[in-house]
Ligand binder design. Structure first.
Ligand SMILES: Nc1ncnc2c1ncn2[C@@H]1O[C@H](COP(=O)(O)OP(=O)(O)OP(=O)(O)O)[C@@H](O)[C@H]1O
Ligand SMILES: [Mg+2]
Length: 229
């Protein structure tokens, strides 16, 4: 991937399976968000290609496109003008399932994100943590195969972090593939089974996810690894 002839990262081959839960690490500006946008089909790599079994990086209106299958969730998610309920209903209407199933899914989403008391609030009035919960619930309704969460718990208090963590764990249990970027080694990274690290303009992969202990033992200079406590 290049911007203005300058290589951001160069990867010979990077593979993952459906349902993999991956922690994406890298310094500011290393290309984490860019990688996620490439995998979501929002931008195309300068060279090379994305090959995916079952769906393809085609234009959104074509059958089997990436749209709705690989979803990128921005750190400050875009919400629609209108109520919390409207935001969820909009997502729900994208599903082609029977009304009874859709109602059930709506109910589950509200329950999981603990949005019962906020349903009629305007989405633009929500706090940062509430916005993130709504955005994840909305993404969950669409049933993506791969959900990419860009710094999903930064700037959140512990209670919001716990709620979002529980939602992400539920997504994992449901078999949704997850690619999660975080500057903190925390409960979020502990959910992950693989580690991708963007450094020296390439992506290093490992089946070993760093924990707070190993990081403190081996690399005390990287202060952004601090735990959430
Ligand atoms: N559309 C663009 N045009 C030019 N440069 C870009 C563009 N998008 C991103 N960049 C640059 O690419 C680099 C990587 O950006 P990216 O947002 O992917 O980093 P990141 O790892 O997500 O960083 P952070 O941890 O700060 O979120 C940055 O230097 C950024 O300025
Ligand atoms: Mg980023």
């Amino acid at each position: 991937m290049k911007f203005k002839q300058i290589t951001l990262f160069n990867v010979e081959k990077l593979t993952f399976k459906q349902g993999d839960v991956i922690y994406l690490q890298g310094d500011n500006g290393s290309g984490k968000s860019t990688l996620m946008k490439i995998l979501a089909g929002l931008i195309t790599p300068s060279e090379g290609q994305i090959i995916s079994q079952g769906f393809a990086p085609k234009s959104w209106w074509q059958p089997d496109s990436l749209l709705g299958k690989a979803v990128y969730l921005h750190q400050h998610p875009y919400l629609f003008e209108g109520s919390v309920k409207y935001n969820l209903t909009y997502a729900l209407n994208q599903l082609k399932t029977p009304a009874s199933e859709r109602n059930e899914r709506m109910h589950q989403a509200i329950n999981m994100a603990q949005l019962e008391d906020l349903l009629n609030h305007n989405a633009s009035d929500l706090s940062g943590g509430e916005r993130q919960r709504l955005a994840i619930a909305r993404a969950w309704i669409i049933q993506p195969k791969l959900l990419m969460l860009d710094e999903p718990i930064s700037n959140m208090d512990k209670q919001s972090q716990r709620l979002v963590l529980a939602m992400i764990n539920q997504l994992k249990l449901d078999g949704t593939g997850l690619l999660i970027s975080s500057h903190q080694i925390c409960g979020l990274t502990a959910l992950c089974q693989q580690h991708w690290h963007i450094k020296q303009r390439t992506i290093h992969t490992s089946m070993h996810v760093p924990t707070a202990e190993t990081v403190h033992q081996t690399n005390t200079t990287e202060l952004h690894y601090g735990t959430t406590d």
